[in-house]
Design a protein around this ligand. Sequence first.
Ligand SMILES: C[S@@+](CC[C@H](N)C(=O)[O-])C[C@H]1O[C@@H](n2cnc3c(N)ncnc32)[C@H](O)[C@@H]1O
Length: 269
Amino acid sequence: MSLLFVDDRNEKEARFPDVACFVVLKAMIIQIMAFLFTFFLLFLLKHQFTQIFITYPIFFLPSLSALWLSIRFKLEWWWHVLNFAFPAALIFALYMDFPPLLSLGIFFALFLVFGTTLMTRVPFFPSSKFLPYEIVNIVSDERDICFLDVGSGFGGLNFQLSILREGWRFYGVEIAILPWLYSVIKSKFYLNRNFVFHFGRYENLNFEKFNVVFAYLSPIVMPQIWKKVQDEMQPGSIFMSYEFAVDGFAPDVKIKFKNDDRILHVWYL
Ligand SMILES: C[S@@+](CC[C@H](N)C(=O)[O-])C[C@H]1O[C@@H](n2cnc3c(N)ncnc32)[C@H](O)[C@@H]1O
């Protein structure tokens, strides 16, 4: 089964927003400033007092400075968390004296899963395990279903759904290499099921052939994906967004889960 790709015009529109790189740059500047400030402060203290006692709270100084700067720079709240946590994690790792190869391995694995977040601003985060049961309630099993998970991560949603609906065709598109590779390998163990996991950006994939498209991305990309849905999806098809709504376009159905604050938004196109 081959996937359809949009033309060069859409490819141009699909470029990552410059703003994403700008935020990452800000976060880097914040970290550098926080560490410089801490070193400068300790340096001053050392020269003022012949003997200073480095106590544990001082280790939080770079974190607190980074948090303060993050708030001053008016970044979004999750960047405050990251800016605070990064120096603390770094100091903890140095303190624990982890073997460099272990740190490198962990960094590399995390980078292969989350590295693309620097560009897309959409991290990997699995949806609820109860979601597939709601999806099969919404989508009638009578017609031939071609289901796309936009940003399929490790493929968990498609694999779970395939147990409930053997006859559907399941597609995923994922930009992070490790989750994508995992889903491709895992799909080989489901010999009688119909899976295609495509590596790349959903912006380059035409949604026309899918009659159900599911997305669990981020509020930042919702206007962009909504435009794609309107431009490319056929009348009679279904678009679902888990957790994130589309400003100005109320869904036809909203499903609230037990034990989960996230809502499934459904539009019948
Ligand atoms: C919140 S996770 C959702 C994972 C999965 N769909 C689920 O429901 O469990 C979002 C995924 O979208 C991927 N992603 C983000 N931007 C993307 C893009 N432009 N093209 C393809 N995948 C993207 C991320 O790498 C991440 O794995």
